[in-house]
Design a protein around this ligand. Structure first.
Ligand SMILES: Cc1ncc(COP(=O)(O)O)c(C=O)c1O
Length: 436
């Protein structure tokens, strides 16, 4: 007995195969497949961030260290599941939850929790119905839904991204058919913010452009504007009638405080500026693989918010239909329970504190090993990352000679460093700086 496997357009791929293959039993004789019609597909390069982890896995050296991906590790360099997450999961399992579809815009209790975390509890914008929130697939999915909204509902606008920015921003907007440009952000001379360049570029952008701003802990530089600078950026955005799109992937992770890290979007809302915000719970709750996040529009009218939400639902429906349940239930349990909420804040402080600690240790080692160079930028930068200023050649040396994996732009994730490896890293950086 045989069965037609392919029914493609041409005869080339029409194969008769034995029924035994279809039924899953071993096949004794091989098929003579013809050349694939997809042979001409271009090989895509590996992802600049996740590709680093693949290379790390393949390295068999005991010395290897993965500072590429932004995922928190314990002092033993193991993945960390927050104890408050374990508690919430037990509660969810004990409650005997089902696996029905969520509504397109997600779990209502999660959406309430997420906007409360962003704006502070009981914010007037929420009470007045001026907020459109949709649970989405972590930070990336939320950005993508936002990008598609821009393409569909306010077409022709250019999105301005900081230079440099998180490696995925460009692709997210490009793939949604949205044009993007850079605004200046980082000054390699001062290893700090190029504030004048930023202001000039945002000023020169056409009115009503969309400006992507990292809410806190700028990735990859670890350099954030000061409160005074945020105020000047807000003034300019009002003058130009730009629309800010905040990417908040590290709330609580920069300073250890959820409120402190939400300063910038809250300040803009206080100023009456309409904003978009993509949120992620990958880092602050360690829910990386659960894909839990949200896209929020904080607007000046409830009728606009209602219409926006209707469009966001149409967009989400055709990409992934509705979001996953598990992570959203965890966030909702943790934020909705006073005890667990307090515990989460403590654990977050602990994680942020461990990162700050290894930052200091790395700087101390470098200052001792190579006192001629100014290493103070390491503790001036905040969040998970340090932008080391290493060139791509120096990064190659870090990986090929020292088995230290990091992105080509010289960014290292300090969340992947332990105290015991800080000196090894410092020596490798010093060797790369001196000899490459
Ligand atoms: C700036 C920024 N935005 C968004 C994300 C989105 O991450 P996720 O999709 O895992 O929430 C990241 C993750 O590294 C990030 O650094």
């Amino acid at each position: 007995m045989s069965q037609t496997l392919f029914t493609g357009p041409g005869p080339v791929l029409q194969q008769r195969i034995p029924q035994r293959l279809v039924s899953g039993r071993p096949v004794k004789h091989c098929l003579h497949l013809r050349a694939s019609r997809l042979e001409s597909v271009e090989q895509a390069p590996p992802d600049p961030i996740l590709g680093v982890s693949e290379a790390f896995k393949a390295d068999t050296s005991d010395l290897k260290l993965n500072l590429g991906v932004g995922a928190y590790r314990t002092e033993e360099l193991k993945p960390y599941v927050l104890s408050v997450v374990k508690k919430a999961e037990r509660k969810i399992v004990d409650a005997g939850q089902n696996h029905e579809y969520l509504p397109i815009d997600g779990l209502a209790s999660f959406n309430k929790a997420t906007i409360n975390l962003l704006l502070g509890f009981d914010h007037p914008a929420v009470k007045e119905g001026r907020v459109a929130t949709i649970q989405s697939l972590s930070g990336t999915g939320s950005l993508r839904v936002g990008a598609q909204f821009i393409n569909k509902c306010i077409p022709g606008k250019t999105v301005y991204l900081s230079n440099p920015t998180w490696g995925n921003h460009k692709g997210i907007f490009s793939n949604a058919g949205v044009k993007w440009e850079f605004y200046r952000y980082f000054d390699p001379e001062t290893v700090g913010l190029d504030f004048d360049g930023l202001m000039e570029d945002i000023k020169n952008a056409p009115n009503e452009s969309i400006i992507v701003l990292h809410g806190c802990a700028h990735n990859p530089t670890g350099v954030d504007p000061t409160k005074e600078q945020w105020s000047k950026i807000a003034d300019l955005i009002v003058d130009k009638n730009h629309l800010p799109f905040f990417d908040v992937a590290y709330q609580g992770f920069a300073s250890g405080s959820l409120d402190e890290d939400a300063y910038a979007p809250r300040y803009f809302v206080e100023r009456g500026i309409e904003i978009l915000v993509a949120q992620s719970y990958s880092k602050n709750l360690g829910l990386y693989g659960e894909r839990v996040g949200a896209l929020n529009f904080i607007l000046s009218s409830s009728s606009a918010a209602k219409k926006v939400l209707s469009q966001l639902k149409v967009i989400a429906r055709t990409i992934y239909s509705n979001p996953p349940t598990h992570g959203a239930r965890i966030v909702s349990e943790v934020v909705g329970n006073e005890g667990m909420f307090g515990e989460w804040k403590q654990e977050m402080e602990g994680m942020a504190g461990r990162i700050k600690g290894v930052r200091q240790e790395l700087q101390d080692h470098l200052e001792r090993i190579n006192p001629d160079k100014d290493w103070s930028f390491i503790t001036k930068q905040i969040g998970m990352f340090s932008f080391t200023g290493l060139t791509s050649q120096q990064v190659e040396n870090m990986t090929n000679k020292h088995h230290i994996y990091m992105t080509k732009d010289g960014r290292i994730s300090l969340a992947g460093l332990s105290s015991s490896k800080a000196e090894y890293l410092a020596k490798a950086i010093d060797d790369s700086v001196r000899n490459c």
